[in-house]
Write a protein that binds this ligand. Structure first.
Ligand SMILES: [Zn+2]
Length: 375
């Protein structure tokens, strides 16, 4: 990843610059110097327009950096570790390590960036309104006020991955307690927005505004990609969001209450280690047989003792469903007398979740877990 260069540190947070920013900076300076400032400040010469363009472009990137620092500093206040800030084509991305600690924390982190942008917009508009400021300062401040206002409105659209989408996701998450569902809904509005932008872009191209249309379609395409990535992120690739269904042993070895301990002991001779077997009878799930009974009961008694005597019933044995997340499965296992949980779908046995299944799943996912980002 040599496309990002280190700029330095601000408040202990590393700032990176993607090469695409240099291209955008040049394009922006050219547009401002030759198109926008000659129109807003016609009385000034080319050199003054060029100087204004340089100051305004740098002010624009400083505004984006301050917006991202708002996210990052709030994240640090919420106890999150910050990997750094990268400035690139569409503004900035603050990178955090780990998942958001709570819905409230995510809401405050998402809102901190637009709050900074709102203050900047107010400040620049206010500076432009001061009586007697030179025309060039007025031009630069007006443009920076306008662009920060535009950034504020765009960022507050309630569609992931925009800040407004994160605030919406946090609100849905707080209400339902289900981060995955909240993300899928907020990403859905993001996809809706993206398709609208792409469509509008094509309409503009057809109407003759080729550059504006391509830009709009390109931003739509970016939002579409990012919204999809957000949804995929919570739907499986994050360790906290692994689901029982993805980890469990789907077709576990089972035993029945009438079987002898001798028969139960023979079940696991070859194959993976089980620490408990589901006990079923005529399709009904009765509970779990913990294998530690084989250590507690002398082998001489095994042929005469029945599995039913030692079965942990459905109240004592941990029970989860395929939809449960890793976090809730671990909570169920923590309080349990065995290190396996019955996975039930309705009343039937869908699988067995063993602690070794969880270890295998985590090992398989290690190394390909992206960290959440905030734009
Ligand atoms: Zn933001």
């Amino acid at each position: 990843m040599r496309s990002t260069y280190r700029l330095g540190r601000v408040a202990g947070i590393e700032i990176g610059l993607n090469w695409s920013v240099l291209g955008l900076l040049a394009l922006l300076m050219w547009t401002l110097a030759t198109g926008i400032f000659p129109e807003t400040n016609p009385g000034l010469g080319d050199n003054a327009h060029f100087a204004m363009a340089v100051v305004a472009s740098l002010g624009f990137f400083a505004s984006i950096l301050l917006h991202e620092l708002g996210h990052a500093l709030q994240a640090r206040r919420e106890g999150m570790q910050i990997d750094g800030i990268t400035l690139w084509l569409f503004g900035g991305v603050a990178r955090f390590a780990g998942m958001f600690p709570s819905a409230g924390a995510e809401f405050r982190i998402a809102a901190a960036g637009p709050a900074v942008t709102a203050v900047l917009a107010g400040g620049f508009v206010g500076a432009a309104l001061i009586p007697g400021v030179p025309s060039s300062v007025d031009g630069v401040c007006s443009w920076l006020g306008f662009i920060n206002l535009a950034l504020l409105v765009f960022n507050l659209i309630p569609a992931l991955p925009l800040d407004g989408g994160r605030m919406l996701r946090a609100a849905l998450w707080a209400r339902s307690g289900d981060l995955t569902k909240a993300t899928v809904r907020a990403a859905g509005t993001g996809r809706f927005l993206a398709i609208g932008l792409i469509g509008l872009g094509f309409v503009m191209i057809l109407l003759g505004d080729g550059v504006g249309g391509i830009w709009l379609a390109f931003i739509g395409w970016f939002v579409l990609q990012a919204a999809g990535a957000e949804a995929r992120y919570v739907q499986g690739s994050a360790p906290g969001m692994l689901h029982v269904r993805d980890m469990m042993t789907a077709d576990p070895i089972t035993t029945s209450p009438g079987a002898t301990l001798e028969e139960a002991a023979a079940l696991g001779r070859d194959g993976d280690p089980y620490d408990a077997y589901p006990v079923t009878e005529d399709g009904h799930v009765l509970g779990l047989l913990p294998l530690r009974v084989l250590r507690e009961v002398p082998p001489g008694e095994w042929p005469d003792r029945r599995v039913g005597e030692f079965t942990l019933g459905r109240v004592e044995a941990p029970v989860v469903t395929g939809d449960d997340t890793l976090a809730s499965a671990l909570a169920a296992l923590q309080a349990a007398p065995v290190q396996s949980a019955l996975v039930l779908e309705g009343e039937s046995l869908a699988g067995l979740l063993r602690i070794t299944d969880i270890e295998d799943a985590l090992r398989a996912r290690a190394g390909r877990t992206p960290s959440p980002a905030s734009g």
